[in-house]
Ligand binder design. Structure first.
Ligand SMILES: [Zn+2]
Ligand SMILES: [Zn+2]
Length: 352
């Protein structure tokens, strides 16, 4: 074991503060990574404040962070795919059983014994796993991803959660060229959804309640912007969408968006409102429409997404902060006051 500097929360109401955690010594299959940047995901805040107590109670101290970009400093004897100096990423998972049907199908995120990057029982050291708000992490090479070197690493970090969360369902939907795709909400997830749908050749429309976001949506690649609380504007687009990515995590009327879909259209939820969303059966029956959900992506697909981003020059739009401003960033995140993701520059942790 070795000591690593980190920022942790000591309780659901405590601010994040400097701490020292233990990381395991590199096993034969492990990659030791110096963390350069870590994105701030809304899940980090939910977990640190124990807002998901019912299905994922927080264990304290907790060290969030699952949008990790770093540089390899050492590798175990059996590691074949990485060497010191490589630029790499780690997302929401750091291990899985590797044997269940989901793992064999390459969808490790559905593995019943998957180990999350933070807050999961740690099979190596006991306690729970600690995430990326730290100077260093040790991860099994199967869960380490290659990061294209032509991209800004600060903007790559959010790809490891927000990126794959939106890429996966858009990719799974199939050939998007010439299709009409809607993105509901223009935050950390939504802005990535716009970039990916556009890169796949779709005609992209953003649904937003804020007319002020129009220019920014277009800058990100949207072909049009629909103000969702204007019924006249909505009605003009009824029945015209092939696919809608719903990134909103606040309560909202999902039937209004089902009404936008054409025959066999699909709406995929990637946001997580904490209350159930009422669905009118008739909104689905007429037009054989469907609703699905999607959660991050498997490791192979995450690598595919990173490679795709390298080829197309795609990164998240980030505001880079030193870790000392993490609590202020959390407060702003609650108010959606960020364009569009915070990325922590971990060099700021060295001086602590
Ligand atoms: Zn996340
Ligand atoms: Zn499995």
């Amino acid at each position: 074991m070795y000591d690593a500097k980190a920022y942790s929360a000591a309780s659901a109401t405590a601010p994040l503060a400097p701490d020292t955690i233990q990381r395991r010594d590199t096993t034969e299959q492990d990659v030791q990574i110096d963390i350069l940047f870590c994105g701030i995901c809304h899940s980090d805040l939910h977990y640190a404040r124990d807002e998901w107590h019912d299905f994922m109670p927080a264990v304290y101290p907790c060290v969030p962070g699952h949008e990790i970009v770093g540089r390899v400093v050492s590798v175990g004897a059996e590691v074949t795919r990485f060497q010191p100096g490589d630029l790499v990423g780690v997302g929401c998972m750091v291990d899985s059983d590797g044997t269940c049907p989901s793992c064999r199908a390459g969808v490790e995120q559905c593995c019943p014994s998957m180990t999350l990057t933070y807050g999961s029982p740690d099979p190596h050291l006991g306690g729970v796993t600690y995430g990326g708000y730290s100077e260093s992490i040790v991860v099994d090479e199967r869960f380490v991803l290659r990061v294209p070197t032509n991209l800004d690493p600060a903007g790559v970090a959010p790809l490891l959660c927000a990126g794959i969360t939106t890429y996966s369902p858009i990719r799974r939907w199939g050939k998007l060229e010439g299709k009409k795709v809607g993105v509901v909400g223009l935050g950390g997830l939504g802005h990535m959804g716009v970039k990916f749908a556009k890169a796949f050749g779709a005609h992209v429309a953003v649904f937003t309640t804020s007319p002020g976001k129009k220019d920014d949506a277009k800058r990100l690649g949207a072909d049009e912007v629909i103000v969702s609380n204007n019924p006249d504007e909505m009605e003009k687009h009824a029945g015209t969408f092939d696919f809608i990515l719903d990134t909103v995590s606040a309560p909202h009327d999902i039937n209004a968006y089902l009404h936008m879909l054409g025959r066999d259209g699909n709406l995929t939820l990637v946001g997580a409102p904490d209350e159930p969303l009422p669905v009118a059966a008739f909104a689905l029956l007429f037009g054989r429409k469907s609703i699905s959900g999607s959660l991050i992506g498997g490791i192979a697909e995450t690598q595919e997404m990173l490679d795709f981003c390298g080829e197309h020059g795609i990164t998240a739009d980030v505001e880079v902060i030193p870790i000392q401003r993490i609590n202020e960033a959390y407060d702003r995140l609650v108010k959606s006051d960020v364009k569009y993701r915070f990325s922590i520059d971990m060099a700021s942790l060295k001086g602590e």
